[in-house]
Design a protein around this ligand. Structure first.
Ligand SMILES: NC(=O)c1ccc[n+]([C@@H]2O[C@H](COP(=O)([O-])OP(=O)(O)OC[C@H]3O[C@@H](n4cnc5c(N)ncnc54)[C@H](OP(=O)(O)O)[C@@H]3O)[C@@H](O)[C@H]2O)c1
Length: 242
């Protein structure tokens, strides 16, 4: 594989300023891509990421949008396209709240669906309208998407629907654009620190993901044969199997 396999391409990563999105954005830049950094609240982190990507000699642009507001979501890609054509869309932004069927309010339900499902739908639709042949969409999923249980109820349902949408969209957008999913397991503890110390007991690999493992998963989906579409790859240490 060439040293910079993504050179000449531009990747839009939603929720890119912090945590996993930031790691994915830096992986794209190190692989040679220019990066559109979407964020909602993390203005300082988005700017520091732009500086870090510029130091890698790649271009980076920062766009702020609340993706629970469909009018903001619908205008995002048309705005970005005035500056640069986008070749890769990585739907990463999400909310993950410890709600049950009983405790989730209608507002909780609507917020999760709006960000975790409706935003990827609207962004993918807009992306497909402007993308050249060879475009790629990667939806960041969760092992829970294909093994839905009762925990994090609205989140789990939204990710299950996003997994289904990954496959439906792969058919709808072929042969121009591939659509695949990266289903993650224990990568980073939630920002609120709410995590069970027992978590690794249920992971066949008995550990959290190592530095670089999700980045490699994403780069695979951005460089793999275009004959791979509608695929969901788990980077979860085997969690979805048990
Ligand atoms: N952490 C894990 O171990 C793990 C495990 C399985 C799956 N995943 C998946 O991996 C992805 C990233 O996980 P993460 O833990 O890094 O996520 P996170 O920190 O909880 O959230 C990612 C980003 O979503 C953005 N966001 C929140 N509300 C938004 C809104 N209203 N509009 C637009 N963007 C909004 C935030 O951007 P701002 O900071 O700018 O507000 C935030 O940085 C998610 O799709 C998640 O479901 C993560």
């Amino acid at each position: 594989m060439p040293e910079e396999p993504l050179r000449g391409k531009t990747a839009l990563i939603t929720g890119a300023a912090r945590r996993i999105g930031r790691r994915l954005a830096l992986a794209c830049a190190r692989a040679g891509a220019d990066v559109v950094i979407h964020h909602a609240h993390s203005d300082f982190d988005a700017e520091s990421l732009r500086t870090e990507i510029n130091r890698l000699d790649r271009q980076a642009w920062v766009f702020k949008a609340d993706l629970t507001d469909s009018s903001h979501t619908e205008s995002l890609i048309p705005l970005i396209s005035r500056i640069a054509p986008i070749h890769f869309l990585i739907n990463n932004a999400a909310i993950f709240e410890p709600l049950t069927l009983d405790s989730a309010s209608l507002d909780d339900w609507n917020r999760h669906l709006a960000l975790n499902l409706t935003a990827p739908f609207l962004l993918s639709q807009a992306f497909a309208r402007q993308a050249e042949a060879g475009g790629r969409i990667v939806n960041i999923l969760d092992w829970r998407a294909l093994r839905p249980g009762a925990d994090h109820f609205p989140y789990t349902v939204s990710k299950s629907a996003l997994a289904a949408m990954t496959k439906s969209m792969a058919v709808a957008l072929a042969p121009r654009i591939t659509v695949n999913g990266l289903a993650l397991g224990a990568i980073l503890p939630p920002a609120d620190g709410n995590v069970s110390p027992e978590i690794t007991k249920n992971i066949p690999m008995k550990r959290w993901a190592a530095e670089g493992e999700i980045e490699q998963g994403l780069l695979f989906l951005l460089t793999c044969p275009a004959y791979i579409t509608g695929e969901i790859i788990h980077v979860d240490g085997g969690r979805h199997l048990v």
